[in-house]
Design a protein. Structure first.
Length: 563
C-alpha cells in the first residue's frame, strides 16, 4: 500500500506541467481540460479522482473544464448513464458551464477526416475479421503480418468506406484501419482499427450511422476539435499516446498534449465498470446505488459528502505509478468532514427497556442537548425524558468483567444530558432472556455531576420510550473479504470474495423524536454509534438509516503506528 504525503507542499507533476506551460505561454495562457466518461455505466470513486483533477486544475489556473461524453459505442451506452454522470459531477461540486459536449457531435467531422487519411494513403478498408486481425498483429518479440487488403487503391478504399457508411455490409465484415507499421514494437501502431460496422441505434444519433469510431481514433480528434490544452488520461493510455499523436500529425490539426497519471485503486473493492455491472446484473447488490458499491451514487446514498470525497482526492494526490490506497483513508476523510458538519442525535439500535421506578409516572420533561459541539452556532435542541427509556442492550451486563464500566446491577452511570441512574433489578422472560431493567435516578444530578462530588465511569446514550420513533438501521462492512479481490486465485472469479456479512439490517431501532421529519440523504451522528444517513427507502413515516461510518478511525491508528 502506498503512503500518502498529507503535507505535500509542491505541485503534483500534472499541475507542475500546467504551471510551467502557463509561465512559458505555451498555450497563449489558456488552460482547457476535459473529463471524458463513456456513458456505459455509473461513475465510481476512481472517476472522482479524475473529475477532481481535471476540474480542479481548470479552477486553479483560471481555465475551463469540459464535460464530454465519449459516446462511440451504441451497443453499451444509454441515456440513463448520461443522466447519472451529469448528476454525479454536479453533486461533487463541479460546473462545466456551457461546455457540455458529446463525441457523437463530431461523427461527421471524424468521418471526413477518415476520408482525408484514405486519400493520403494512410488508411485502408480491411476484410479480416476481429480474430484474424488479432492473429496477424504478431507478438511482443515478433512483427505482425500485413493484411492482404493493405495495398488496395485509394479509389477502392474510398468506395468501400462509403459503402460501409451506407450500411451495405454486415457487422464485423469490414473495418477501416490506419496504415502505420505492422513491425512497430508498439502494438497500438500495428495498423489499428479506426472504424467498425455496428448496425445499432445510437442514443443520440438514432440510426443515422452504422459505422462507429474506435476510441483511439476519436479521442484525439475530440480533444483537437475542442482546443483542449492538457488531455489528462490514466496510465493505461501511455502506450496509446504515440497513436494519439500520429493521427493528429497526419491530419495536420490542432495538437493537445496528452498526460498520463496513475488511476485510483482502493482496498476491498473493484474499480472495473465491467465487474460492477456484473454485480448489478447478477443481483449480487441491489443496484448501482447500493451503499456498498464504490459508485458515486452508492456513496451518496450511504452518506458520503462531496467535501469528504474531494478531500480524499486531494490527500492521495497524483503520481505516475500504480498503487493501492487503504479504504481506511477514505473513511478518515469522511469522518473528518462529518464530524464538523453532522448534527448529533441519540438513537438506540438494539433497545433494552429501562423503567426508572422513582421517577413520576406521567411526567415528561425536556432537556437541552447540544446539536454539534464542533459548531456551537447550530445551537441546542430539546429532548424528552420520562420514566421509561431505552438503552443499548450492549450497555448492560448482569455479570460484568472487571473493565466493564457501563450499567450492571448496583452500578451507577450517567445518562447523556439527563441524570445518574442505578440498576436495582433485572426482569427476565421464561427463557431467561433479559427483557427489562429496573433503576432509580438521582434528581439532583440533572444535566451534570452529582452535588456531593461522586463520580461515575460511564455515560450512556438513551431514547425516551414514550416519544421514540421506530426505525431500521443498515450496517455496512466491506463488500469483499479480500483486500484485492481482483487477485482471484486460478479458477475463482472475483465474486468468490464477496463478503456475506457486508450488510446487517436492524429492525425495531429507536431514535429521538427530532428525527421525525429527517429528509433522505441528510447526515447525522448517532452519539457513540457512528455517522448515519437517511436512506431513500424511507417513506410513509418509516425511517431507514444507513451507517455511513463508525466513530472509530482506523486510518489514524495506521498513521500513528507508522509514525
Amino acid at each position: 500500500m502506498s503512503s500518502v504525503n498529507e503535507n505535500q507542499q509542491n505541485l503534483d507533476f500534472v499541475r507542475q506541467i500546467v504551471a510551467d506551460d502557463c509561465k512559458s505561454g505555451k498555450w497563449d495562457g489558456r488552460v482547457v481540460t476535459r473529463f471524458p466518461p463513456e456513458p456505459n455505466g455509473y461513475l465510481h470513486i476512481g472517476h472522482a479522482k479524475s473529475i477532481c483533477l481535471n476540474f480542479g486544475i481548470a479552477s486553479e489556473f483560471g481555465g475551463k473544464c469540459h464535460l464530454r461524453f465519449d459516446d462511440t459505442n451504441p451497443e453499451k451506452e444509454e441515456q440513463e448513464y448520461v443522466d447519472s454522470i451529469i448528476e454525479d459531477v454536479k453533486w461533487l461540486g463541479w460546473d462545466w458551464g456551457k461546455n457540455l459536449f458529446f463525441g457523437s457531435d463530431y461523427f461527421q467531422q471524424m468521418h471526413d477526416w477518415a476520408v482525408d487519411l484514405i486519400k493520403k494513403g494512410k488508411a485502408y478498408v480491411c476484410d479480416l475479421n476481429a480474430e484474424q486481425i488479432r492473429q496477424s498483429r504478431g507478438t511482443l518479440t515478433g512483427a505482425g503480418n500485413d493484411s492482404p487488403y493493405r495495398n488496395r487503391s485509394v479509389e477502392e478504399n474510398l468506395d468501400l468506406f462509403e459503402r460501409m457508411r451506407k450500411g451495405e455490409f454486415p457487422d464485423g465484415s469490414r473495418t477501416l484501419r490506419a496504415k502505420i507499421d505492422m513491425s512497430s514494437p508498439n502494438f497500438n501502431l500495428r495498423d489499428p482499427v479506426m472504424y467498425r460496422i455496428v448496425h445499432a441505434s445510437h442514443h443520440r444519433t438514432g440510426d443515422k450511422w452504422c459505422i462507429y469510431p474506435m476510441y483511439d481514433w476519436a479521442h484525439g480528434l475530440e480533444d483537437s476539435t475542442e482546443k483542449i490544452t492538457h488531455s489528462i488520461c490514466t496510465l493505461e493510455f501511455e502506450n496509446h499516446r504515440p497513436l494519439y499523436d500520429w493521427f493528429i500529425e497526419q491530419l495536420g490539426i490542432y495538437h493537445p498534449q496528452q498526460i498520463e497519471f496513475a488511476r485510483l485503486n482502493l482496498t476491498y473493492t473493484v474499480m472495473s465498470k465491467r465487474k460492477l455491472l456484473k454485480l448489478v446484473q447478477e443481483n449480487l447488490v441491489t443496484g448501482w446505488d447500493d451503499p456498498r458499491m464504490p459508485t458515486i451514487c452508492g456513496m451518496r446514498r450511504r452518506g458520503y459528502s462531496p467535501a469528504a470525497i474531494r478531500s480524499f482526492c486531494d490527500k492521495i494526490s497524483v503520481n505516475k505509478f500504480n498503487s493501492t490506497i487503504d479504504f481506511a483513508l477514505l473513511q478518515h476523510c469522511l469522518r473528518e468532514e462529518l464530524n464538523k458538519s453532522s448534527p448529533r442525535v441519540m438513537a438506540v439500535l438494539n433497545p433494552l427497556k429501562v423503567v426508572i421506578e422513582n421517577y413520576p409516572q406521567d411526567k415528561v420533561e425536556y432537556l437541552d442537548a447540544i446539536n454539534n459541539p464542533e459548531d456551537l452556532s447550530t445551537g441546542t435542541r430539546q429532548i424528552p425524558f420520562s420514566r421509561e427509556i431505552y438503552i443499548e442492550r450492549d450497555d448492560f451486563m448482569e455479570e460484568p468483567p472487571k473493565k466493564f464500566f457501563r450499567l450492571s446491577p448496583g452500578r451507577e452511570v450517567r445518562l447523556r444530558y439527563a441524570y445518574f441512574i442505578t440498576c436495582t433489578s433485572v426482569i427476565k422472560d421464561s427463557a431467561g432472556n433479559i427483557t427489562e431493567l429496573r433503576c432509580t435516578y438521582d434528581p439532583a444530578t440533572r444535566g451534570g455531576d452529582a452535588p456531593d462530588g461522586r463520580k461515575v465511569k460511564s455515560t450512556l446514550h438513551w431514547v425516551c420510550a414514550k416519544n421514540a420513533i421506530e426505525a431500521e438501521a443498515r450496517l455496512y462492512d466491506n463488500l469483499f473479504t479480500k483486500e484485492n479481490p481482483d487477485e482471484a486465485k486460478e479458477g475463482k472469479d472475483f465474486t468468490a470474495y464477496l463478503n456475506p456479512n457486508s450488510l446487517t439490517k436492524l429492525a425495531g431501532c429507536k431514535v429521538e423524536p427530532s428525527l421525525k421529519d429527517a429528509k433522505p440523504l441528510s447526515r447525522w451522528q448517532f452519539e457513540r454509534l457512528g455517522y448515519f444517513c437517511v436512506d431513500s427507502d424511507s417513506k410513509d413515516g418509516k425511517l431507514v438509516f444507513n451507517r455511513t461510518a463508525t466513530l472509530r478511525d482506523e486510518w489514524a491508528k495506521i498513521k500513528n503506528a507508522g509514525a
